[in-house]
Design a protein around this ligand. Structure first.
Ligand SMILES: [Zn+2]
Length: 186
């Protein structure tokens, strides 16, 4: 017999997983991805103890479908970029396995094997399918995030993809050295 009672403390207000706000709209100045309109926006800074848990995909409910910590950090980065007069947009976030497979098929058709494998991961290896990766744009925004992402908990993970970022690993204080490309997974 199971006794899976929800032991949520009665008076805690520590975490509000789905706080929707409108403040973020002010950040979405030009050419922004429609995906992120109307998202929750935490005006505070990254707090200690807010380490991501990549083993636990985010609950459904974030506007992007991304892991909530990744969504939060991306929005914080977008705000910081805007303060530098740099536009930072989300060009690709969560993908279904079928969508990822389409990208694989397209890359193989276009570049052939093994070159395609340097640019795209199989669905079962892709952090995008787990809601744990973001591709950002435009080019200036991607380079801005290359420079500032590590301080905001967003790590470039492939040296050949300046636009692709994942969460700073749990417990890490600095981003790991990026892999040269995605060919390790094949
Ligand atoms: Zn990517």
């Amino acid at each position: 017999m199971t006794t899976t009672t929800d032991l949520r403390p009665p008076r805690t207000t520590r975490r509000t997983p789905r706080r929707l706000g409108l403040g973020v709209l002010a950040l979405l100045v030009a050419g922004c991805a429609g995906l992120v309109h109307g998202l929750a926006h935490d005006p505070g800074h990254v707090t200690d103890g807010a380490h991501p848990s990549p083993a636990e995909p985010g609950p459904p409910g974030t506007a992007t479908g991304l892991h909530p910590e990744l969504e939060r950090r991306f929005l914080a980065a977008q705000q910081a970029a805007a303060a530098d007069d740099v536009v930072l947009t989300l060009t690709s976030g969560l993908r279904t396995a079928a969508e990822q497979q389409e990208l694989v098929d397209e890359a193989v058709a276009r570049y052939g094997v093994p070159e395609a494998y340097r640019w795209v991961l199989p669905p079962e290896q892709s952090a995008h399918v787990q809601g744990l990766a973001v591709d950002v744009g435009p080019t200036e925004g991607a380079y801005w995030l290359q420079q500032h992402g590590p301080d905001l908990g967003l790590c470039p993970t492939y040296a050949n993809e300046v636009w692709h970022f994942e969460l700073l690993p749990e417990g890490a204080t600095a981003c790991p050295e990026p892999r040269p490309d995605s060919s390790w997974a094949w």
